[in-house]
Design a binder for this molecule. Structure first.
Ligand SMILES: C[S@@+](CC[C@H](N)C(=O)[O-])C[C@H]1O[C@@H](n2cnc3c(N)ncnc32)[C@H](O)[C@@H]1O
Ligand code: SF4
Length: 459
């Protein structure tokens, strides 16, 4: 699979512009406040008629210390007591949502994200899972995909053992970079020992898939320093790797102001780091899945991609087809039928809604036929690096060339530049186009003009 990705610095430079990550289409910026808890309930009723499996996402927003680069939805607190009232509300939300869903529908996918889910005490984690099982039907262990994000600084062997007991079978560990100077500059001091002992514990406990998060573009990183981190990571042989591009947007994320812009590697160095990363990971046998993700050739993610059964959701790539996704907790996003819904973002708003007996819906969006068609196209391109045009024409009763007349000129330009092959019945993304898949998807994004101004750069 080494030919699956080709690094072409000239093309990347030319095409590098702001773009969404397409964990949803339309993206969250299109969500609006006209979408209320009532609209959500209507979509749940429709989805119950269709049936099918469910996916649950729980947001645990707390972290003990702040990492300056962080763009996640989190609340920094040393006070562990803060979690309990939040959990009481979360249990209430589980109950309220379960009341609306047909709870015979099996939960095939479950994810705890954050923030830092293991900020919770063992007892709290047990209780959260017990409350979930009380109201929903979870798939038997090896039939479900139950995952959790772990900060190795906030976990030990006993935590990992407990999580396995609770039913988790996948784990992703935040690492970012091992270099001490980089760690200091981003306020995340994390030893190799801390990281790898958690990875070993997860293996011992039988977690099916272990993933590590890295970030490139952090302050003081060089090609050599990041290469050292990669060597250590490759030696530990995780099943999957996410290598995120650091998006420095201090005007949006306050704590990023603690990072001196002058310490951030310039674009040409970031490109070299990315280049080296791809070379090293592919040489070590990892397959480039797409966007920021790499996986071993026998990992389910790789196999799903080969079988054209890969999907994309808010947690990134997934092997589960169209589950309805229920988001629980502050800021969580759900996808039910043809709608996306997001919860309120602050603890006081969340508390107020739950105490008033209301679902804490902040906003959302209902998809029309055009959105659905575009979403399908973007999903197939980002997951398969290919598009079956007649299949789209049949599903949406359109003539592709007429319907997407505006996109054709861009596609032809991409084809001329060697990013893709465009024929009457297919689009095939070529190795040189894979790193620029967001740009290719943007051609089909009706909202991309606004989106271009708001999102981070692609590389
Ligand atoms: C919720 S955190 C993972 C769990 C845990 N809080 C931790 O840090 O270990 C999700 C991941 O998002 C990535 N991330 C956070 N902020 C980012 C940023 N500004 N740019 C790129 N990646 C970022 C990091 O790799 C991080 O591990
Ligand atoms: S990277 Fe993880 S631990 Fe660090 S602030 Fe963000 S969510 Fe918290």
């Amino acid at each position: 699979m080494t030919d699956a990705i080709e690094f072409n610095a000239e093309l990347i430079r030319r095409y590098d512009k702001a773009g969404p990550r397409y964990t949803s289409y339309p993206t969250a910026v299109e969500f609006h406040h006209g979408f209320t808890a009532d609209t959500y309930a209507q979509h749940i009723a429709l989805s119950n008629q269709r049936g099918g499996p469910l996916s649950l996402y729980f947001h645990v927003p707390f972290c003990d210390t702040v990492c300056f680069y962080c763009a996640c939805n989190k609340i920094i607190t040393k006070n562990r007591q803060h979690a309990q009232p939040y959990l009481e509300n979360l249990y209430e939300e589980i109950r309220m949502q379960a009341e609306l869903f047909d709870t015979n529908r099996v939960v095939e996918q479950l994810h705890w994200g954050g923030g830092t889910p293991t900020f919770l005490t063992h007892q709290q984690m047990r209780e959260l899972m017990a409350q979930t099982r009380k109201y929903f039907t979870l798939a038997d262990d090896d039939k479900g995909e139950f995952s959790i994000e772990i900060d190795p600084r906030e976990a030990d062997d006993a935590t990992i053992k407990l999580l396995r007991e609770l039913g988790f079978n996948r784990i992703s560990l935040g690492l970012q970079d091992f270099n001490p100077k980089v760690q200091k500059a981003v306020n995340r001091i994390q030893t190799e020992e801390q990281t790898f002992s958690i990875l070993d514990a997860a293996r011992r406990e039988g977690f099916r898939s272990i993933s590590l998060d890295l970030i490139y573009g952090l302050p003081h990183q060089t090609v050599e320093s990041f290469s050292d981190t990669l060597d250590k990571v490759i030696a530990a042989s995780p099943d999957r790797l996410s290598v995120f591009n650091y998006a420095h947007m201090p005007e949006l994320f306050k704590t990023q102001r603690q990072i001196a812009t002058a310490d951030i590697p310039p674009p040409q160095v970031k490109l070299q780091i990315l280049h080296r990363t791809i070379d090293k990971l592919t040489a070590a046998g990892y397959v480039y899945i797409g966007m920021d993700h790499f996986a071993k050739p026998d990992d389910e993610l790789t196999l799903a991609q080969q079988n054209k059964q890969l999907y994309r959701n808010f947690q990134g790539y997934s092997t589960r087809a169209e589950c309805d996704l229920i988001g629980l907790g502050v800021t969580s996003i759900g996808k039910v039928g043809d709608a996306y819904v997001q919860n309120v973002k602050t603890l006081p708003e969340y508390d107020e809604a739950i105490k008033a007996g209301k679902l804490p819906v902040l906003r959302g969006v209902e998809l029309d036929e055009d959105d659905k068609c575009r979403r399908d196209i973007i999903t197939r391109l980002i997951c398969d690096f290919a598009l079956d045009i007649p299949a789209i024409e049949k599903a949406y009763q359109i003539n592709f060339n007429d319907y997407f007349a505006d996109a054709i000129a861009d596609l032809e330009q991409f084809a001329q530049d060697g990013l893709l092959q465009y024929k009457w019945d297919s689009i095939e993304v070529l190795p040189a186009g894979r790193l620029l898949i967001r740009n290719i998807c943007m051609v089909f994004d009706k909202y991309s003009q606004q989106a271009r101004q708001r999102f981070s750069k692609v590389i």
